[in-house]
Design a protein around this ligand. Structure first.
Ligand code: FES
Length: 67
């Protein structure tokens, strides 16, 4: 999905930025330009950052089998 129409940035690019260490909308903007035009998409960029950051930091499912 195209999130930033000014800079033509898709949501997958924003998710990649978060995985590479961008943890807020400004950091994402510095990496890919999202939110650096009119600014109208910044709330959506921030929401994507928060969602992706929590998904990245969540522990992987355990494969332990109770003995
Ligand atoms: S739509 Fe992203 S800066 Fe304008």
């Amino acid at each position: 999905m195209l999130v930033c129409h000014c800079k033509r940035v898709h949501c997958r690019v924003i998710r990649d930025c978060v995985r590479e260490g961008a943890l807020d909308a400004d950091s994402v903007g510095a990496r890919c330009g999202a939110g650096t035009g009119c600014g109208g998409c910044k709330p959506m960029v921030q929401k994507l950052v928060e969602r992706e950051a929590s998904a990245v930091s969540a522990p992987p499912p355990s494969n332990d089998v109770a003995a």
